[in-house]
Design a binder for this molecule. Structure first.
Ligand code: CUA
Length: 435
């Protein structure tokens, strides 16, 4: 009995907590909320949710009123041994409470089923097709119309219907962009589709995407970014992506880019906001040195209003990098092209690099994140990633490459064939130059 009374005392607190959580989830300042949809599919799902919530609330209130009435009206009174009127076998009542739920279900089923049919229909002609291939634990994206292969980041133009054609390389994943649309399972040996039109009223924006079907050790680390951009920005991005890698495309280019290397101190810090003059200078210098490659649009990911899309994953304790090293992109290309990297990664324009097990790195330098949305794509994070990716993301195929680094999957240190920090800094300079 003691337990019951304690439960009763805690009940109001629980109700307040639930109410606060519900209110918090409604806020539009939450970048991953589904209550602020920006496509017709997102709004259709949201409308069903609103209707279900309304109907559910009405049913809940009516049932609670009836319950409280009966509890109060027929409560036990001292000395009263009479029974309340019995309704067992009352045909009228039984028909009534069979029909009422059936009618309620009709109000739920009609809009739900019609929306399901609508979203399962074929996408409109002229839709932009993007092939989605789920991998443990990253996303491959292909634009057959433009002959583009990329990973973990998608650009889509506002106002044009995009039709995602999805399959998996291994286990079941699920594709979800909470503020745009979703979810849809990504399954091997089966093609699923999801299509929607990002609102043409949108400015250039970034959206967080997630794998939302448990798929193994790094399921939570299988993220992606969607950039909705204006049609002219999209055309410019496409033109840039269609070129071979900027670095390899320029055999007689000016002297190889030297990449000043941030100190290890900043390795574990949160991504530096653009207000930090040092960070802005590095980004600015990199951008300026690439202007000669032709101005292809990339999303301005460093703007503070898009901070919600910047990953803040901590770096494992003990993973360090020699501060003050300067990478050499030309040397980096040689190291990259003669090491294990080329067995898994393609860099179009580098004939040595044709692997397909890992993400295509042709325009790696233009991406905002690494590790499937897990870390910002900055030299400091990239160096640690190359040095010991398995320590930064559990279970992955990308091997631990740093000399003497401990490989958590092989449970031993890399003794032969590992890369030293200078070699890694060179590879970082090379990859970062691939815009
Ligand atoms: Cu892929 Cu969870």
């Amino acid at each position: 009995m003691k337990g019951t009374s304690r439960l009763r005392q805690l009940a109001p607190l629980g109700m307040i907590a639930i109410a606060l959580l519900t209110l918090a989830a409604c806020g539009e300042s939450y970048p991953n909320t589904t209550f602020d949809p920006h496509s017709e599919l997102g709004r259709a799902i949201d409308a069903i949710w609103d209707r279900l919530l309304l109907l559910g609330t009405i049913v809940f209130v009516l049932v609670e009123i009836a319950l409280l009435y009966v509890v109060f009206r027929y409560r036990h009174r001292p000395g009263d041994t009479s029974k309340p009127p019995q309704t067992h076998g009352n045909a009228f009542l039984e028909i009534l409470w069979t029909i009422i739920p059936a009618v309620i279900l009709l109000f739920i089923a009609v809009p739900t089923v019609s929306t399901i049919f609508k979203t399962q229909a074929k996408a409109v002609a002229g839709a932009l097709e993007i092939q989605v291939i789920g991998h443990q634990w990253w996303w491959e994206f292909r634009y057959p119309e433009y002959n583009i292969v990329t990973a973990n980041e998608i650009y889509i133009p506002t106002g044009r219907t995009v039709n995602f054609k999805m399959t998996s390389q291994d286990v079941i994943h699920s594709f979800w962009i909470p503020q745009l649309a979703g979810k849809r399972d990504v399954i091997a040996n089966r093609t699923n589709y999801i299509w929607f039109t990002p609102d043409s009223s949108l400015g250039a924006s970034v959206w967080n995407g997630f794998c939302t079907e448990y798929c193994g050790a790094s399921h939570a680390n299988m993220r992606f970014r969607v950039f909705t951009v204006k049609p002219d920005q999209f055309a410019s991005w496409v033109a840039g992506q269609q070129r071979p890698a900027a670095f390899g495309a320029q055999p007689n280019a000016p002297p190889p880019m030297l990449m000043p290397f941030p100190g290890a101190k900043s390795d574990r810090a949160a991504p530096a906001p653009p207000a930090n003059p040092a960070a802005a200078a590095t980004t600015g210098a990199a951008a300026a040195s690439l202007a000669s490659a032709g101005p292809a649009y990339t999303f301005p990911q460093n703007q503070p209003e898009f901070d919600y899309a910047r990953p803040h994953t901590p770096v494992p304790a003990g993973l360090k990098f020699t501060p003050g090293l300067t990478g050499n992109a030309a040397r980096g290309q040689q190291v990259f092209s003669s090491s294990a990297c080329i067995g898994c990664h393609t860099v179009t324009g580098n004939p040595m690099s044709m692997g397909v097990t890992g993400p295509n790195l042709t325009h790696f330098g233009s991406r905002a994140t690494i590790g499937a949305g897990l870390f910002p794509n900055t030299p400091a994070y990239l160096a640690l990633w190359i040095k010991n990716a398995r320590a930064m993301k559990p279970g992955i195929l990308m091997p631990t490459l740093g000399k003497n680094e401990y490989d958590p999957q092989l449970k031993q240190a890399v003794t032969t064939g590992g890369l030293d920090d200078q070699q890694i800094a060179d590879i970082v300079a090379y990859l970062t130059s691939l815009k």
